[in-house]
Design a protein around this ligand. Structure first.
Ligand SMILES: O=P(O)(O)OC[C@H]1O[C@H](O[C@H]2O[C@H](CO)[C@@H](O)[C@H](O)[C@H]2O)[C@H](O)[C@@H](O)[C@@H]1O
Length: 363
C-alpha cells in the first residue's frame, strides 16, 4: 500500500508551510533530505574497531558547543541549524494545522526530554509541572514514554498509569493500566511486546561481569541494569580514563557475540543484537493503536520528542512515513532526522501544555 503524506487540513496550514524557511520543509519529505544522513548510534565492536574512533564518538556524545542563547543568534551555524530545525513552539500553529483532522499520538523520551540530565541517573526525577503537562496530554491523546531505561524504573519516575511505556529502548512495551476517561475503574490494555526476552539471562550475566570489571576499576563508572539492555555511564569518569573504560567493556563483550554496543549521552549501551530499536517500538505502538501500515496509517499524526541518538531511529520512521513531527531536544546544533527542535525540558513542558489546548478535531 502506498502511504500518502500528511494532507494539510486547512488553508492556514498551506500558508504556514509556504512561509517556512528555505531549508525547512514540513510535512517532511518521505526520504529524509539533506539533514537526515545516516546517524550512527552503533559503533563497530569487531577486530577493526579502533579505540580512537570510539573515543572521538564518546566525546561527540557530549558536545561543548556554544549555547543557543539569544546572543548566539548571529552565529551562522546556529542560524542555519535553526532554519532547518525550527522551534516547535515558534511553529506550533503550522504543526497544529498539519495535525488537523487527524488523531494526534504523542511519544516521549524520558531522560533529557522530560527530566533534565543529571550526574546520578537515580536522581533524574521530573518536576510536578512536567507530570501535570504529560497527564493533560494523555487525557487528550494516546501517549507513550519510549525510554532506554528499564520499564519499571521509568514508570517509577513518571508515575502515570494512563500511559503506554516502552522501556529498554522499546524492547519492553506495556499498555496503560488505567484509563483517565474511565474514572469508574482500571482498564488494563493487553498491549505487550518483549522481542528480546530470550536475552534476559545473558543480560544479567553481563551486568554482573561489567559491575565486577568496570565499576571496580574505573572511578566514577556506573553500570545500570535496564532489564533487556545495560547502560555503562561515564559522565562521572575522568576523560583520561574513557579509553580504559571502553577497553574494559569491549573485553567483557567479546565473549557475547549476541550483544552490541551503542552510545547515548555519556553512556555506552549494551543491547541484544536484534533488529529492534525505538523506531520499531514506535511502529509497533502505532500498529497497536490501529494506525499501522495495513490500516488507517494516514489518519494519525504522531509527535515524537527526544534528545538522544537512540531517538533518531524514531525520527527516521516519521520521515519514512512522511507524517507527524519529530522534535529534537537540544541546545546545540546536531545532525538529526527530526523536523523541529526544542531547547530543553522546560520547553517540552510548554509544548505539551499547548498541545492540550488543540481544538477538538484532533482527538
Ligand atoms: O531513552 P532515555 O529515556 O533518554 O534513556 C537513555 C538513558 O538515559 C539515562 O542516562 C542519561 O541520563 C542520566 C540522568 O540524567 C545521565 O546521568 C546520563 O549521563 C545520561 O546518559 C539512563 O540512566 C540510561 O539508563 C538510559 O539508557
Amino acid at each position: 500500500m502506498t502511504k500518502p503524506g500528511v494532507v494539510l487540513g486547512t488553508e492556514d496550514a498551506v500558508v504556514a508551510a509556504a512561509a517556512a524557511a528555505r531549508h525547512f520543509s514540513f510535512p517532511p519529505p518521505r526520504t529524509g533530505g539533506d539533514s537526515c544522513r545516516k546517524l550512527a548510534a552503533q559503533v563497530d565492536l569487531g577486530a577493526a574497531a579502533v579505540t580512537g574512533s570510539w573515543l572521538d564518538s564518546m566525546k561527540a556524545s557530549s558536545p561543548r558547543h556554544k549555547l543557543m542563547a539569544p546572543l548566539a543568534a548571529a552565529d551562522p551555524e546556529h542560524d542555519d541549524w535553526m532554519e532547518r530545525h525550527p522551534s516547535a513552539l515558534d511553529r506550533f500553529d503550522a504543526l497544529a494545522a498539519a495535525a488537523k483532522g487527524k488523531q494526534v499520538a504523542v511519544f516521549l523520551d524520558y531522560d533529557g526530554t522530560l527530566s533534565p540530565i543529571v550526574e546520578d541517573p537515580d536522581n533524574a526525577v521530573m518536576t510536578d509541572e512536567m507530570r501535570e503537562a504529560v497527564r493533560g496530554v494523555a487525557a487528550r491523546f494516546p501517549t507513550a514514554i519510549v525510554s532506554g531505561r528499564g520499564r519499571d524504573k521509568v514508570f517509577d519516575f513518571v508515575g502515570l498509569e494512563e500511559l503506554y511505556y516502552a522501556g529498554s529502548h522499546g524492547m519492553d512495551i506495556r499498555g496503560p493500566t488505567a484509563d483517565p476517561n474511565n474514572p469508574n475503574g482500571k482498564e488494563a490494555r493487553s498491549v505487550l511486546c518483549q522481542p528480546a526476552s530470550e536475552f534476559l539471562p545473558v543480560i544479567s550475566e553481563v551486568y554482573a561481569a561489567l559491575v565486577d570489571k568496570v565499576e571496580t576499576s574505573i572511578p566514577g563508572a556506573k553500570v545500570e541494569n535496564n532489564k533487556f539492555c545495560l547502560s555503562v555511564h561515564f559522565r562521572c569518569v575522568e576523560e583520561s580514563a574513557w579509553g580504559a573504560l571502553f577497553e574494559q567493556v569491549r573485553s567483557v563483550l567479546k565473549d557475547y557475540p549476541g550483544l552490541r554496543l551503542t552510545q547515548g549521552r555519556k553512556v555506552l549501551e549494551v543491547r541484544p543484537m536484534i533488529k529492534w530499536d525505538k523506531g520499531k517500538a514506535l511502529e509497533f505502538l502505532l500498529g497497536a493503536l490501529g494506525y499501522g501500515d495495513d490500516g488507517r496509517g494516514d489518519e494519525v499524526f504522531p509527535i515524537y520528542v527526544g534528545d538522544d541518538r537512540t531517538d533518531e531511529d524514531a525520527f527516521k520512521v516519521l520521515r519514512a512515513r512522511g507524517q507527524g513531527a519529530g522534535i529534537l531536544v537540544s541546545k546545540f546544533p546536531k545532525e538529526t532526522c527530526a523536523t523541529f527542535s526544542l531547547r530543553e525540558p522546560g520547553e517540552v513542558r510548554d509544548f505539551l501544555r499547548r498541545l492540550v489546548l488543540l481544538d477538538g478535531t484532533n482527538t
